[in-house]
Design a protein around this ligand. Structure first.
Ligand code: IVH
Length: 702
């Protein structure tokens, strides 16, 4: 568990690393929630992961890509049902977490629409039902299909299941409906029905559902609609998709048409004329939350005028005209029994609060990071205090505050160690040279003599984005290290030999938990990783500020271990420094970290021992099959999506030769705006000229 930096303090490489990690994590949680109906974290924890990735993307917009979780809603359909492509995408909602966010929401609407102060803005407020959304398509008054949200674009065809819900009319009564109308809303289960269902489940020896939302999702997504029919599912209508003619002029009136057609709509929906009124409704709904009889997790606000909704439109996955005001994360109080210090891979000392185990938001919490010593001071947490714990942050729960700061018999303030608790070396707080500010983190200066740093480094070395050795993960490497069998990365690769020659005693295969086959599998898996890409090796070294993204940049630029190693050892040389700094994405901080690492003789020696065990693939080798391999490329004009150095490095990494002038041998001229004589020469010689976008398309990165 490591302390999270403020997004404002992240450099690009760190942001890229964390973004990738968060994207993976959110992807996993989306699947668990939307496809498996078995979330692993609370909604509040999920929201804070999402807030964090959004904050990172706001600061580093270059990290937003199609796969970013912020660009999709939910998870793709699971494949259990047929698919239905929504005629109008089913979007999600942005979140507000406090009063100020709500004020901002209304102010944004006013600004966007250019409204004067005197113009009235009416907003509806209604409970946010904690179920799963569904879209019901009626043609000529008949229900023709029903779908789950899926990933927002395509959902699952659960028509037959939805037809079993008594709240869902099979046909719209009367004649007063559009020829096509998609009614959208939430499928949910009441508390009472949920308890009864779980009782039945237990009687039948089946697993209980964790909460009403999962029960609703699990019940709706039964392959056999007869089972769904036995489940007491309900439906609130609150929105719509495709409509062949407008439903009304306001949100409020549109929803009331659903009433006329026999749908249940939420009676707590109110029209509000000011932020104060909105917040009053929020507090009123929050007060009644426990007695509603079904789960809600916030209040949804929607701009009432539909013509204004239309003008505001959508941004990425959510409408600008609506927002979900979430209820605060769940809190609990418990006793802080102690503060442990963990030593990270880069020597960071992280204080971790040991708590008397307590359940918060359905999860037992016993350890909570306190981030760093300033945080301990700021919150003035002391051993023995009663603390308020909240499961909101980062999947990582937080201590919000001390519940009883006035208590007279409190322990003395925590004395943060100035020596590493593992190796005893001095632990210091460095000064940032540029800002002159003291680093928030105290670090052990022991480097590789520190067992904790070594062990964490080895864990990083074998991690998924690094050497990724099958069957050799954190647990194994920790055990091997503790026993002294692997003290540095190179020793992973000499295990087989040492085991065979009898240096390792008793031999691995005769140890408990191991056998001939598992040992041989492990050695084979290790051997498979002897041949490895340069980027993975660079990432695996775990040098500060050199994460996965930076490792890739370096690998692409230098192309081979030999060239990189040469450069890294000569970072006191002006030209070498300048060359490295010319790489877009490598700044002073990364360069300093590299310089420091490669100035240490013991690091260089350990590296040489490692490299002797490996075949590090050159980047060009990897790129042999790229569409531009072996081609000669010239770049000219102003490039807008990449710097000239980056363009050159990229082309070279893909196996192309980059030349400074156009000749008969040139295969492609990539010309940005302002291209002059080279463009003319290329045209004269019949050399193919590409725009920057064409180039990206050609290399498959458009
Ligand atoms: S309106 C375009 N209203 O919340 C906006 N959504 O986090 C459509 N939800 O996907 C959604 N109660 O599943 C809306 N009263 C309500 C809601 C509600 C629950 C869910 C819905 C939506 C999700 C967004």
């Amino acid at each position: 568990m490591s302390a999270l930096k403020d997004v404002a303090d992240l450099n690009e490489a760190e942001a890229r690393d964390e973004h990738a990690r968060l994207a993976r994590e959110l992807g996993k949680h989306d699947k668990a929630y939307y496809q498996d109906d078995a979330p692993k974290i609370s909604d509040a924890a999920y929201d804070s992961l999402r807030q964090r990735i959004e904050a990172i993307e706001a600061r580093f917009p270059q990290l937003v890509d199609l796969f970013s979780p912020t660009q999709r809603v939910g998870a793709a359909p699971s494949g259990k049902f047929g698919e239905i492509t929504h005629a109008v995408p089913m979007l999600s909602l942005g979140n507000a977490f406090n009063d100020e966010d709500v004020e901002d929401f209304v102010a944004r609407i006013r600004r966007f629409l250019g409204l004067a102060e005197a113009d009235d803005v009416v907003i509806t407020a209604e409970p946010k039902i904690d179920g799963l959304s569904a879209s019901l398509r009626y043609e000529n008054g008949q229900l023709v299909s029903g779908a789950t949200r899926g990933d927002g674009a395509t959902g699952e065809d659960v028509t037959r299941n939805l037809l079993t819900l008594k709240d869902i009319p099979h046909a719209l009564p009367g004649k007063n409906w559009p020829r096509v109308v998609e009614v959208r809303g939430e499928v949910y289960m009441s508390h009472e029905d949920f308890a009864a269902l779980n009782e039945r489940q237990v009687e039948q020896g089946k697993a209980e559902y964790k909460n009403p939302r999962n029960a609703a999702a699990g019940s709706l997504r039964q392959i056999d609609p007869a089972i769904t029919a036995q489940r007491p599912l309900r439906f609130f209508a609150y929105a719509w998709g495709e409509v062949s003619e407008p439903l009304a002029q306001s949100q409020y009136a549109a929803v009331h048409r659903f009433d006329e057609w026999g749908f249940q709509t939420n009676s707590y929906m109110k029209q509000c004329g000011s932020v104060a009124e909105i917040l009053a409704v929020y507090r009123d709904i929050e007060r009644q939350r426990a007695t509603l009889g079904y789960d809600i997790d916030g209040v949804v606000y929607k701009l009432d005028r539909l013509d204004w909704q239309e003008r505001l439109g959508f941004v990425s996955r959510a409408p600008r005209w609506a927002i979900a005001h979430k209820f605060p994360a769940e809190q609990a109080t418990t006793i802080l029994e102690g503060i442990d210090i963990q030593v990270g891979r880069t020597g960071s000392l992280t204080p971790v609060a040991r708590l008397k185990p307590v359940t918060v938001g359905g999860v037992v919490v016993s350890n909570v990071t306190l981030h760093n010593e300033d945080e301990i001071l700021r919150k003035d947490v002391r051993v023995g205090d009663t603390v308020v714990v909240q499961r909101a942050g980062d999947v990582i729960p937080q201590i919000v505050r001390v519940a009883d700061p006035e208590r007279s018999d409190r322990a003395a303030p925590f004395d943060f160690p100035h020596n590493c608790p593992v190796c005893g070396s001095h632990a210091v707080r460095e000064h940032d040279e540029k800002t002159g500010k003291l680093d928030a983190v105290r670090r052990c200066t022991g480097g590789m003599i520190c067992d904790a740093q070594l062990s964490r480094s080895l864990e990083h070395f074998v991690s998924r984005k690094a050497f990724d050795i099958e069957g050799f993960g954190t647990k194994q490497v920790e055990a091997f290290h503790a026993e002294g069998l692997v003290r540095e990365p190179s020793e992973i690769f000499t295990l087989r030999e040492r085991n065979k020659s009898g240096v390792i005693q008793p031999p691995l295969q005769s140890r408990e938990g191991w056998g001939e086959t598992s040992v041989s599998n492990l050695f084979n898996a290790i051997d498979e990783r002897r041949s490895i890409s340069l980027a993975r090796v660079l990432n695996a070294l775990g040098i500060r500020h050199i994460g996965e993204g930076t490792a890739q940049l370096l690998a692409r630029t230098y192309g081979s271990w030999a060239l990189f190693f040469d450069a890294a050892r000569q970072l006191d040389d002006e030209t070498t420094r300048a060359e490295m700094l010319a790489i877009d994405g490598i700044g002073e901080t990364a360069l300093e970290a590299l310089d420091q690492y490669f100035s240490e003789t013991h690091n260089v020696e350990a590296l040489e021992r490692l490299v002797a065990q490996l075949t590090i693939e050159d980047v060009a080798q990897v790129a042999a099959e790229s569409p531009v391999a072996g081609k000669t490329v010239v770049f000219t004009g102003t490039l807008e999506r990449m710097t000239r150095d980056e363009a050159k490095a990229k082309a070279q990494a893909l196996g192309a030769k980059v030349s400074g002038s156009v000749s008969k041998k040139t295969d492609y001229l990539v010309a940005g705006p302002g291209a002059g004589s080279k463009a003319k020469k290329a045209a004269d010689l019949g050399v193919e000229t590409l725009t920057e976008d064409d180039w990206f398309k050609l290399i498959g990165e458009s």
